[in-house]
Design a protein around this ligand. Structure first.
Ligand SMILES: NC(=O)c1ccc[n+]([C@@H]2O[C@H](COP(=O)([O-])OP(=O)(O)OC[C@H]3O[C@@H](n4cnc5c(N)ncnc54)[C@H](O)[C@@H]3O)[C@@H](O)[C@H]2O)c1
Ligand SMILES: [Zn+2]
Length: 477
């Protein structure tokens, strides 16, 4: 089972009329991958249409053999692509085997009525009679289930499934079936969150649970001491899975423990804060802090699954919700859509899909993933000048304000949504911290600005006087 498509081909299966070709092309575009429509490839190779191949002397059997060959040829290309298969491909056993071996396979869901309404207007050979169509639908259903690593009916859903992310209210109860593999599971949970959801999670996982390790709430989870304690307690073997239950501090710390334990074991991310659900819990960046700075020791280690249950946000304190709202606004500005106006659970799903796509395109943070830093250069400088006593969301709100101003865009949306207040910190300390930013080169920070909403520009150098003025505007007194 491949729970995500990082470094793997992404195969789309599903009944005729599910929209595999259209969604597949859009998905490939979102993930920056090549798209292959297997039926079109077969037609081009054979110099004949599918209808002609079905009607020819070899009949359907000849077509299925060609289909299998075409799929294996596609899989032999080392660059992961998005490949849409014909509706009947799963009836061929060698194809099912090849899917299991070489791809993350997603089922594009459709109900039989919609499929019929779409397919009957085409001239597909197997969509001539509604009764036979319905029987075929039922016959193939278990075959799709057998090969599917994930399933979705829309583009965001496919992006999420490709990243191994599930967004579903009530998903916590289904954790037992959502943690891949059959080895033991140990839970690393924020101590406060463990008190609220720990029992439910253990019940959902059942006999696979080997233990629960409590991490201190907040940034203290990301200390060397906290990691050392966790390493000493862990008992998992290489088949085991570490499940992280908590906010971004927990998923960062536990993810790093999983990346380093026995040189890397599987982990499942279960983010419980808004920051975690729209940002930190997704994309495989894990880290702990050193006295010299945040996130200085870490690893890229993609969770085999990310389970996002927006219902968990009901117990989140208001200040933590506000922290997440700043990241949500950031994502909306990057995506060019007013995601912050959506009901919270919908906004979480859209933001998670946006981040998942960027991380699948740039998993090692070598290029466009840097856009997720919008507003953060200023935010980190203010946080450092406040000795990290400033809530991150408040700092990001101010950072977004500065980023929009420097971009020459109207910052009203930040003011209305986040109501940022200038902070009282030492101006010179904040300025020094800005020059020390991780993304700075020779003391000149590289900023993420926006040409317009939805069009980020990376690596922008702003003249020092403008930069200083923008920073000073965020500071009170
Ligand atoms: N890896 C990444 O890509 C990435 C991205 C963004 C941020 N981060 C990291 O994330 C961390 C911040 O994460 P955070 O904002 O989630 O903070 P957090 O993990 O400290 O959680 C905030 C507080 O909320 C409580 N809490 C969590 N879930 C709760 C729930 N459902 N109900 C009630 N209380 C709950 C926790 O006990 C904690 O006190 C930072 O260390 C940051 O560096 C990582
Ligand atoms: Zn942030």
């Amino acid at each position: 089972m491949a729970a995500h498509a990082l470094d793997r081909h992404l195969a789309l299966v599903g009944f005729m009329g599910a929209g595999k070709t259209m969604l597949g092309a859009e998905l490939a575009e979102r993930l920056g991958r090549r798209f292959l429509d297997l039926d079109r490839t077969i037609e081009a190779d054979a110099g004949a249409s599918i209808q002609q191949l079905f009607a020819g002397s070899g009949g359907e059997a000849d077509f299925r053999a060609r289909e299998c060959d075409a799929l294996l040829a596609a899989f032999s290309d080392g660059v992961p692509a998005v490949i849409a298969l014909g509706g009947g491909a799963v009836e061929t056993e060698p194809i099912r085997r090849a899917l299991r071996e070489h791809a993350c396979t997603l089922l594009v869901e459709v109900d039989v009525e919609t499929a019929w309404a779409r397919a009957r207007v085409s001239d597909r050979p197997l969509a001539q009679d509604q009764g036979a169509f319905g029987e075929l639908f039922e016959r193939r259903r278990p075959l799709y289930d057998e090969v599917a690593d994930g399933r979705a009916g829309d583009l965001d859903g496919l992006v999420l499934a490709a990243a191994g992310v599930l967004v579903e209210a009530g998903a916590l109860e289904r954790l037992g079936e959502l943690v891949p593999g059959d080895g033991g599971v140990e839970i690393a949970a924020d101590a406060h969150v463990a008190g609220i959801y720990g029992m439910e999670v253990q019940l959902a996982l059942g006999a696979r649970v080997r233990g629960l390790h409590e991490l201190p709430p907040g940034e203290a989870a990301k200390s060397v001491a906290s990691l050392e304690r966790l390493w000493r307690e862990l008992q998992l073997d290489r088949q085991g899975t570490l499940l992280a239950l908590g906010g971004g501090t927990t998923t960062d710390a536990a993810g790093f423990a999983a990346a380093s334990w026995l040189r890397g074991i599987d982990w499942v991310s279960v983010p419980t804060t808004l920051v975690g659900q729209v940002d930190a819990g997704i994309g495989g960046k894990t880290a702990i802090d050193l006295p010299a700075g945040k996130n200085l020791v870490g690893a890229f280690h993609w969770p085999v699954r990310t389970v996002i249950d927006p219902a968990l946000l009901e117990t989140l304190p208001g200040e933590e919700l506000a922290n997440g709202r700043a990241e949500l606004l950031k994502t909306g500005l990057l995506a060019g859509e007013s995601l912050w106006e959506l009901p919270l659970a919908d906004a979480v799903r859209r933001c998670a899909a946006f981040k998942a796509a960027i991380c699948l395109r740039d998993p090692l943070d070598r290029g466009e993933r840097a856009q997720l830093n919008l507003g953060h250069t200023f935010a980190h400088a203010l946080e450092a000048a406040a000795d990290f006593g400033l809530p991150h969301g408040r700092a990001v709100a101010l950072g977004l304000l500065a980023a929009l101003r420097l971009s020459g865009l109207d910052p009203a949306v930040v003011e209305e949504q986040l109501r940022p207040e200038p902070v009282r910190v030492d101006r010179d300390r904040a300025w020094a911290a800005l020059a020390r930013d991780k993304k700075a080169e020779n003391g000149v920070p590289k900023l993420v600005l926006l040409d317009q909403s939805g069009k980020p520009r990376l690596g922008v150098e702003v003249p020092p006087d403008e930069l200083r003025a923008a920073l000073d505007e965020l500071i009170a007194g």
